[in-house]
Design a protein around this ligand. Structure first.
Ligand SMILES: Nc1ncnc2c1ncn2[C@@H]1O[C@H](COP(=O)(O)OP(=O)(O)OP(=O)(O)O)[C@@H](O)[C@H]1O
Ligand SMILES: [Mg+2]
Length: 434
């Protein structure tokens, strides 16, 4: 291998241009500073044959004009070891929990093609979460993707944390928390909660939060996907990957595309929006060795469900839990909008006839409730027929029934958390509908 050298010739924000002589690393491969190998540049493109446009991943100030760089002969990679469990790492797979670095005999690039087998021929398997509204309206099915969609402050993060808490109790499952572009504090809180409850070892946290560069925020999902694939294929685990927030991934990729000089497309988003998302989403799937189930919080900018990025994300999921501001304001937690929450997985083949029929009945009543509420607001309850009154009362009981105290909010609300089996949930609904 010829010793090759490069020199940084210009810098604009996170983007720098490197004049190379000798080897030309392929896009996505790394260059390192000659006098500090801990500082990485990732090659993005070649504007001219010997000028590499690179991204200063961490925004390091050591990246200066004139600095010498050399190829690292590889891409960013994760250590292939179960030691990642119980740890909090950044997009470069470096610890951010104060613990020792994680090393391994082998490393896996963070850029992998999706596994060829995607849930084909596998019998759908339900995963219980203990949260009534989730197990009922959007049951988790092994290897599938669930979205938690809602505007600012409606409870996406709290619901995600509760799901991790409940799932991690299960002996056979691992939960990964992937923080993208959200508050740093929330990651700390989750880490503490998991530690206090003795389930940290069943989890793994990968963070690229809002203080990080767009490059680190855009990469963290891929780093997490490689770790999940390792745990699935080598450790043969069922892995649940919780992403908070997938919208921030799109946003980070968009910021990055803008700084590299790509033209924006629809709604100001990058033209590669679809492929950026697909590249990540398709990796979060099952293989013959184990499964990856993805749960993705989706922020809705300005409460606008028709945002092109939100639409694109939602289309790639099997079901979405819609959290609504109106429901949250009425004090109901979790603030699930029972009319707009839909799941393609609620079918007789997957959940069984009993569950399927109950969901259809409940959704019909809740739809009726929405229109009756408007009528009552105008002309009062006395104008309703007997049947309408019965349904109205049932709807109120249903709303009360799906209200649930969470374990992760015990310190906040002073109320003890509750776990319900799927059977308890179905029976509870049946009792209301009798
Ligand atoms: N299940 C719940 N029980 C009690 N309080 C809740 C619950 N869910 C949400 N809250 C309250 O609402 C606040 C906002 O919730 P959360 O941080 O989960 O919203 P979010 O949808 O993630 O918001 P953002 O888009 O800003 O990240 C919480 O700090 C908490 O006070
Ligand atoms: Mg949040």
């Amino acid at each position: 291998m010829a010793e090759s050298n490069g020199r940084i010739i210009s810098i604009k924000g996170l983007v720098c241009e490197v004049r190379l002589s000798g080897d030309r690393p392929a896009p996505k491969e790394l260059l390192i500073l000659a006098d500090n190998p801990d500082i990485f540049l990732e090659v993005a493109s070649y504007p001219t044959p010997y000028t590499a446009r690179c991204i200063n991943l961490t925004g390091s100030s050591e990246v200066r004009r004139g600095a010498k760089v050399k190829p690292a002969y590889g891409t960013l990679a994760i250590p292939e070891t179960a030691d990642v469990l119980g740890r909090a790492l950044n997009a470069l797979a470096q610890p951010i929990d104060g613990g020792p670095p994680i090393t391994a005999k082998t490393y896996r690039s963070i850029y992998q093609l999706p596994s060829a087998v995607q849930n084909i021929g596998t019998k759908p398997e339900l995963l219980e979460t203990g949260i009534k509204a989730i197990d009922f309206f959007t049951p988790f099915v092994k290897g599938r993707k669930i979205g938690i969609i809602g505007g600012a402050g409606v409870g996406k993060t709290i619901l995600t944390m509760e799901l991790i808490h409940n799932v991690a109790q299960d002996e056979n499952k691992l939960a990964m928390f992937v923080g993208i572009g959200e508050r740093v504090r929330e990651g700390h809180e989750l880490y503490q909660t998991l530690q206090e409850r003795g389930i940290l070892q069943k989890t793994d946290m990968i963070m690229g939060q809002m203080q990080e560069t767009p490059a680190m925020r855009a990469l963290v999902g891929h780093t997490a996907a490689s770790i999940a694939e390792y745990l699935r294929d080598n450790e043969k685990k069922d892995v649940l990957v919780f992403i908070d927030n997938i919208y921030r991934y799109v946003q980070a990729a968009n910021e990055l595309a803008t700084s590299i000089g790509t033209m924006p497309s629809e709604g100001g988003y990058q033209a590669t929006l679809f492929s950026d998302l697909r590249r990540l989403q398709d990796r979060l799937s099952s293989s013959p060795n184990g499964s990856i189930t993805a749960v993705e919080a989706i922020y809705i900018p300005a409460d606008d469900l028709s945002d092109p990025a939100v639409q694109e994300i939602a289309q790639q999921l099997d079901s979405t839990v819609v959290l609504s501001r109106a429901v949250a304001e009425s004090g109901v937690r979790p603030a699930v909008d029972m009319v707009r929450t839909v799941s393609s997985l609620v079918s007789p083949e997957i959940v069984g006839d009993r569950h399927y029929l109950l969901v259809t009945q409940v959704q019909a009543i809740m739809q009726k409730y929405e229109s009756l509420k408007n009528i009552i607001a105008i002309i009062g309850q006395s104008e309703l027929s007997l049947e309408e009154r019965r349904d109205f009362e049932r709807a109120k009981k249903i709303i009360a029934f799906f209200t649930q105290n969470f374990f992760v909010t015990e310190n906040l609300t002073g109320l003890k958390g509750e776990y319900f089996t799927r059977e308890q949930t179905l029976r509870g609904v049946e009792e209301i509908l009798i």
